[in-house]
Design a binder for this molecule. Structure first.
Ligand code: ATP
Length: 306
């Protein structure tokens, strides 16, 4: 019996590894759509991580050689600061993130992390210092504890709880019938979009990377959830080099720098206030969102008064 149990246990572990890899793949495919073969150079060097400064130096890239997706994109994210990417759909925001995670290599220019060209360093090193919070977080069919601990296999219960507290989801979890042991995912308790995003934030806090890539969820959130998310996002991004794809401009009012991308080019850059004063593309985007926001507010008021 012991032997049988041993092999079942082995199978269980093995299954979990397979399952994990599948979900990982799914998550990656979801976020990054596809992942072509990028291989380490034979002489790839370990990454010497210092403060986590990121530089895009005159980067051009195309998925298909005929159509340029990014053209001469240059910007710096000083260590610990936040750069936000905004602009119309198809402008190239996600492509910039994919390139920094090195799912593709640039065709012109270079990307540097702490002065090191990412094509010359070990992918494993690069990816272990980058945390990603995708738009849609995939949960494993396992306990909420397992789902958070996934950020750092080996973290103890206390570390998991600390991360959940910082991500503003601890109290919510305590409200579940089985607390941290509650099963979530497709076959368990379904979490809302905002809750799933907070799980992703807790995972990232556990992973404790120097660089954070955040693809903000597009879905409108209620004010309470929004407040929770904003608070946990601030906890996650403080002192970390952060790149955000922002859909709700209210999120990035405090970003150190905002880049407006259009058709693969940076057409404007500056702080929120500077860009509003410029009365250019950002100003148009901001006013469009403001109008939309006011329309939504009115609709809510009307529906509440009926
Ligand atoms: P959104 O706000 O809609 O997410 P985005 O600014 O993130 O858009 P990208 O996803 O970076 O834009 O896409 C930039 C351009 O590259 C688009 O024209 C898109 O169609 C194209 N593109 C994106 N992914 C691929 C791919 N895997 N293969 C070929 N073309 C792609």
């Amino acid at each position: 019996i012991l032997q049988l149990y041993g092999s079942l246990n082995w199978f269980g572990n093995y299954y979990r590894v397979i399952q994990k890899n599948f979900v990982d793949m799914e998550k990656m495919l979801d976020l990054l759509q596809e992942s072509p073969e990028i291989k380490d150079l034979p002489q790839a060097a370990p990454l010497t991580m210092q403060k986590g400064e990121v530089i895009f130096d005159n980067v051009s890239f195309s998925y298909d050689t005929n159509i340029p997706t990014l053209r001469n994109v240059s910007f710096t994210i000083p260590s610990g600061s936040t750069v936000a990417l905004v602009g119309p759909s198809g402008g190239g925001k996600s492509t910039i993130m994919r390139l920094l995670f090195r799912f593709y290599d640039v065709q012109k220019g270079r990307i540097l992390v702490d002065g090191q060209d990412i094509r010359h360093i070990k992918q494993h090193d690069l990816r272990s210092c980058i945390g990603i919070v995708p738009q849609e977080t995939v949960l494993f069919n396992d306990t909420i504890k397992y789902n958070i601990r996934y950020g750092k296999i080996g973290a103890n219960d206390q570390m998991v709880e600390e991360a959940a507290k910082a991500a503003q989801i601890h109290d919510k979890i305590l409200g579940f019938t089985e607390g941290y042991e509650t099963k979530v995912g497709e076959r368990g308790l379904r979490l809302s979009g905002g809750e799933k995003q907070r799980v992703a934030i807790a995972r990232t806090l556990l992973k404790n990377p120097q660089i954070v890539l955040l693809d903000e969820a597009t879905s409108a959130l209620d004010t309470r959830t929004e407040r929770h998310i904003q608070k946990s996002l601030r906890r996650m991004t403080v002192n970390r080099t952060t790149l955000i794809i922002a859909h709700r401009l209210s999120t990035i009012v405090h970003a150190d720098q905002i880049l407006v991308l259009q058709d693969g080019e940076i057409v404007e850059r500056g702080s929120h206030v500077e860009l509003l004063q410029k009365k250019g593309e950002y100003y148009k985007l901001w006013n469009k969102q403001l109008k939309h926001h006011e329309k939504m507010k009115k609709e809510i008021e009307i529906s509440e008064s009926i």
